[in-house]
Ligand binder design. Sequence first.
Ligand SMILES: [Zn+2]
Length: 331
Amino acid sequence: MRREYAIAVDVGATWLRVALGDEKGKLLAKLSQKTRQKGRSGETVTEQVLRMMSSLVKDIDLSSVKGVGIGSIGPIDLEEGSVVNSPNLPFEQIPLAKPISSELELPVWLLNDCAAAVLGEWKLGAGRGLENLVYVTLSTGIGGGAVVNNRLLIGKSGNAVEIGHLVVDVNGSLRCGCGGLGHWEAYCSGANLPNFIKLQLEEMGERAKDSLIFKLAGDDLTNLTAENLFDAAKAGDKVSLRIIEEIGKLNAAGFASVINVYDPSLVTVGGAIALENPELILEPVKKRVKELVIGELPRIEVTKLGRDITLYGGVAVVLHSEELGLSPCVG
Ligand SMILES: [Zn+2]
């Protein structure tokens, strides 16, 4: 039988997604579940992925499937085919490639989620035909993937392009999940935006207290969420719009560094923070980044592949592995 299908897996700290793609890269079926955060070991997550996959392919003859492409939160260990010591999941190791390959008897490719995402954009999205592009996710964390001169950047163990830990504030007072000070992710990621917003509100002092954002947080900053800021800004709250400008400055510093390093002709942006607030997040970046970039400015746009971008990458690595020169992790 012709092997025309590809299975994609997106392992996130909050969500697990699996999908079946056809030979043109179209997603035919998708399943998602909240990632299990409890259990004795990372195998809890492995088993959850296996159950989701078997339900996804129950009506499919596996001999028509070419392989499985996984995009996963990092750090990953390519040799082991696992996620290791992820700061966002309470497990030392989550085995992925080996158990999936032996259960389905198929080759398995493993990439970090943003490497998968930029590959999805390159082969199946807005990056088709380009030689240089970058993907940036503004999500729970901040991450990136890059294609440079027609090569997907992978790194020695699969963790290249960790742009969330670029320094955007040398006098940084906010600490990143990795322990560093002043890192982009410590300010502008979904998990850490509330810290930055609180810092800004504290600096503004009394005059911030009558603002809509304070009301939306129930007059109690311990309850403050990133949504409070975006909702208040959309309603025209001046204090919130000022904070949006400050976030824009930091994001512009991050994007400018990424552009200066990789020299892409396209930057696409995804992750819930950007996908849900494209104007508030991207317009300030586009306005400021010009002054910070050496060389020609690339197009910067929200990805049209949306939340499925990593799944598209999982399908793309299976379909295009030969031309990419990427061998499976197992199989
Ligand atoms: Zn960091």
